[in-house]
Ligand binder design. Structure first.
Ligand code: SF4
Length: 263
């Protein structure tokens, strides 16, 4: 039994990570490497010591990540319980990629079930199918990212193939899991007419009347890339207007897929 894992943050009162008021736990480590990631502190699986500003001598490195037990997370989550009950909220497990620490995730979800706390997983979908199969009955809603349908482009922009992601999604839909597809709108990469049309066709082909949330591009990640001394590919990108975002929903609406923008 592995009742501990590495996280890099716990966010209280999250309003865009699933229904109601939620506590979002950010697992550290992700097998993808998306150039637009809002949480680059979640890339690497290990606890890191970062020299945030190399120009200042004797500057104390910032520690990113900490080892926690399931019991510690449940204590933290318990503080917000009153808000869950009133709003229909619960815990959301995000990252990084939650399924990159499958044993820790499994045990945390078991603990949430024992406490009757609603569970949401925010995932890239990139993991072995067995990891999803093991979670059957433990997850109330998956927030499931679909980024790029063309596999070559997917590999170029995320570092991995989308085959496993699409296969896992098919299994989850067939298995009756509750799903919301999330599409980050990255200018010129995911937010193209061809890609959004292809995602809409794929979602339509799945069982279960699955809805889609379009996540408008924002520049919050830019400062973080700088902070973590990572290559920043976002400098030339601009945020989208409400009219543009509305237009990007059209391929979904035209197929009768419920679509929202934002979290
Ligand atoms: S899958 Fe999500 S957490 Fe992982 S690198 Fe991409 S955007 Fe970041």
């Amino acid at each position: 039994m592995i009742a501990s894992g590495i996280i890099f943050d716990i966010k209280h009162f999250a309003l865009h990570d699933g229904p109601g008021i939620r506590t979002t736990v950010f697992f550290k480590g992700c097998p993808l490497n998306c150039g637009w990631c809002h949480n680059p502190e979640g890339y690497r699986p290990e606890i890191e010591k970062l020299k945030i500003n190399r120009r200042i001598q004797n500057f104390e490195p910032e520690v990113v990540g900490r080892m926690v037990t399931v019991a510690e997370i449940m204590t933290e989550v318990g503080k917000d319980r009153i808000f869950y009950d009133e709003s229909g909220g619960g815990i959301t497990i995000s990252g990084g990629e939650p399924l990159a620490q499958p044993e820790f995730l499994f045990e945390l979800l078991i603990a949430c079930r024992q406490e009757n706390i609603s569970t949401v997983i925010d995932t890239s979908g990139f993991t072995k199918l067995e990891n999803f199969q093991r979670l059957a009955g433990l997850v109330d809603l998956y927030l499931y990212d679909l980024k790029i349908m063309d596999d070559n482009l997917h590999q170029r922009h995320t570092g991995v193939s989308n085959t496993q992601i699409l296969n896992n999604l098919t299994w989850l839909a067939k298995n009756g899991e509750q799903l919301q597809i999330r599409v980050p709108l990255i200018p010129g990469i995911t937010a193209t007419k061809d890609n959004l049309t292809a995602i809409a066709a794929h979602v339509k082909s799945l069982d279960g009347g699955i809805g889609v949330a379009l996540l408008p591009f924002n520049l919050l990640a830019r400062d973080k890339f700088h902070k973590f001394n990572l290559p920043n590919k976002l400098t030339k990108m601009r945020t989208q207007s409400p009219e543009t975002i509305e237009r990007m929903g059209e391929p979904f609406r035209s197929l009768g897929i419920p679509v929202t923008s934002g979290g």
